[in-house]
Design a protein around this ligand. Structure first.
Ligand SMILES: Cc1cc2nc3c(=O)[nH]c(=O)nc-3n(C[C@H](O)[C@H](O)[C@H](O)COP(=O)(O)OP(=O)(O)OC[C@H]3O[C@@H](n4cnc5c(N)ncnc54)[C@H](O)[C@@H]3O)c2cc1C
Length: 288
């Protein structure tokens, strides 16, 4: 399939990119890794008249740890995150999540910013970003805006980004010991996307009880969400198998679950509970 005709520019600075988006308010699209946008254009599901390629902007693909905060540039690829020594050491949830995305080619080109901005209901990153309680930094003509992860995902393929804004950075507090993290996923056998994906980020008190839990779930509903019922059932508890299983049974509470040819609503809810239990158990066993 061949995309509809479009114009293309590759600015060298963020300001230049924001200027180009402002000049084309109705028909421009940002191009990052192209691994969601180009297929959509080839299928003519998207027909932007103007592409602003942000791939030539310097210093938008960093991974930094500074003063107890971790920040990741929006153009960091899935592979950069998967292979980052900083993240393996300080926040292993992200390299683990990255390793579940697509295949080597997808991970080499696709970016965390593109994936979050695309907000595919079966995308992996939203679950992890929610579990880390991250902030997303958007930049537009009127300056910078910080959006909490929980406010960022609005609906199917819809985020809180406004027309003309570029997602510039994802940042969050470095997990402090004792913590445990894990990402567990049921891959769709055809696409590799998440039928269900669960990110668990647990913090433990000195006596070994679960001080707080953040559970992000993707694939179940029209957008990724925090499983608050699971989190409150875990908080303050000395976790054992029974308590973890009981908490995980709340994985899809209050969520309008998707149903398709591969997984019915009931099966998705079942998978959500099972994989939430697995993610929590793994996070507990890895706690340090
Ligand atoms: C075969 C295949 C398998 C895949 N498997 C998986 C999988 O298992 N799990 C998974 O999560 N994903 C999967 N993906 C999707 C992949 O992760 C994409 O890379 C990702 O969804 C989009 O990132 P991108 O950098 O390619 O963005 P692009 O395709 O360039 O852009 C996607 C959208 O986001 C917008 N955008 C991009 N960057 C920004 C920004 N910084 N600010 C504002 N808007 C922006 C674009 O305008 C566009 O609308 C797969 C893709 C393919 C082709």
């Amino acid at each position: 399939m061949i995309p509809a005709q479009f114009d293309y520019q590759a600015p060298k600075t963020l300001d230049e990119a924001i200027g180009l988006l402002a000049q084309h308010p109705d028909d421009a699209k940002i191009l990052a890794g192209g691994h969601s946008l180009i297929p959509a254009m080839k299928l003519r599901l998207a027909q932007p008249a103007f592409l602003v390629d942000i791939g030539r902007i310097k210093d938008l693909d960093y991974i930094r740890e500074e003063g107890g905060r971790i920040s990741i540039g929006a153009m960091a690829t899935h592979y950069q995150i998967e292979s980052s020594d900083v993240l393996k050491q300080s926040c292993p949830l992200l390299p683990e999540c990255a390793s579940h995305i697509g295949d080597v080619q997808v991970r080499n080109k696709g970016t965390i910013g593109g994936s979050l901005a695309h907000a595919d209901p079966a995308g992996d990153w939203p679950a992890a970003i929610l579990a880390l309680d991250a902030e997303l930094v958007a930049q537009g003509k009127s300056g910078e805006r910080v959006i909490k992860a929980e406010d960022f995902f609005v609906d199917l393929l819809t985020t809180a980004l406004q027309q003309g804004e570029i997602l510039r950075e994802i940042r969050f507090n470095k997990p402090q010991s004792r913590y445990g993290q894990a990402y567990q996923k049921v891959r769709h056998p055809a696409s590799g996307f998440a039928v269900v994906g669960v990110a668990a980020n647990l913090r433990f008190a000195g006596n070994g009880s679960c001080e707080s839990a953040a559970i992000g779930i993707t694939g179940v509903g029209s957008k990724a969400y925090r499983a608050r019922g699971v989190e409150s059932a875990l908080a303050g508890q000395q976790l054992d198998e029974q308590k973890v299983a009981a908490a995980a049974s709340h994985a899809s509470d209050g969520v309008d679950a998707n149903s398709d040819l591969y997984a019915s609503e009931q099966y998705r809810r079942h998978l959500a509970a099972i994989y939430t239990r697995r993610a929590i158990s793994k996070a507990v066993s890895r706690s340090k």
